[in-house]
Design a protein. Sequence first.
Length: 404
Amino acid sequence: MELKNRYRNTESMVGLGNPSFAAAKEAGLLDLSVHNTRQGTLALSDGREFINTCSCSYLGLDSHPDVIQGAIDVLRREGTMCMSISRLRVRLADLDHLEEELSSRWRARTIVTNSASSASAGLLPLIASGHLLPDGQKPILVFDKSAHFSMNLIKPICADETHVITAPHNDIDFLEDLCRKHARVAYVADGFYSMGGVAIVQELFRLQEKYGLFLYFDDSHSLSLYGEAGEGYVRASMGAALNERTIIIGSLGKGFGTAGGAVLLGPGQHADLVGRFAGPLGWSQSLSIPAIGASLASARLHGTKELHDRQRLLRENVRYFDERVSTRTVGEDFPIKVIDVGPESMAVERSRQLMERGFYASAVFFPIVPKGRAGLRIILRSNLGREDLRRLCDALVELAVPGT
């Protein structure tokens, strides 16, 4: 019996995408083995150095002395790498301290997980089943078409619980029409998208107020970058309280500078229920002990002026880049810049040429972006020096990359 692909087509994904990956590998752009030489600069085994413009450590906190020392201190004190048991049964006291610190700073009950992806794998089926909705009833579950792969991957599991729909990207009219037709709708989206752009957060909150729309955001790419305490774009847009119809997750391995993920829950979304039934969140794959110590240190930094200084430096670098290079996100204070090139082969070639000039910018192509819309993804950081940033922009201009 022939089965129809409803939510994914692995044969098509591999068949269309693998040639570009193979070309990138042959061009020396994949499987690079490196040493970290200084902030944002990496060295190959032959001694060649390059500046990494693909790192999502937007604020450079991954190399902050306090973060490194935090990892060392807790590792020495506890004398073990991990607990190797479900956090539901036994967990390190420092993990409780970390969650208390983040919950206070971000004004929401915060649960730390092994990764943002594992958080989605555990939470989305519980949303589909209705167990995390205020009335406990199953919703129509709607995924934004541009939602991250880590969430789209869970669609078939969610579809075993409820009806799953894919919505056009940021189409508020499409979503409002569903809200008119169905009593319960839950919407799954990124806060800031990994290929550029932002969710239409205020319009979504309007639908929530009007129809009771349930919202699930992966805001990994704005955590630490936005908000007085680095709570991220979505949380910072909500005011005093995270309501019971919103869940936000994010990665601690990007702007936060450490490892793992975080789940921000509103009132009524019972943490015990999440711990017991959200799959990976309760398995014996909790955050490693050095990562807990590093995260405690980063959480403390999130209460200092240094966080705001690094946020400011990042925005200054974004604005300088926008003045030199035109992308579809010009004017948005967003550090991921995708320069559209077109053919996959051209994206690989431009990335290779940039590498020759000492900058690693990833070539992005299908299935990362739609077929025929390949480009270069450049990620800006607060600790990318202005002279290096100028040289990067000069190199893009010299290569006649579209937009320069």
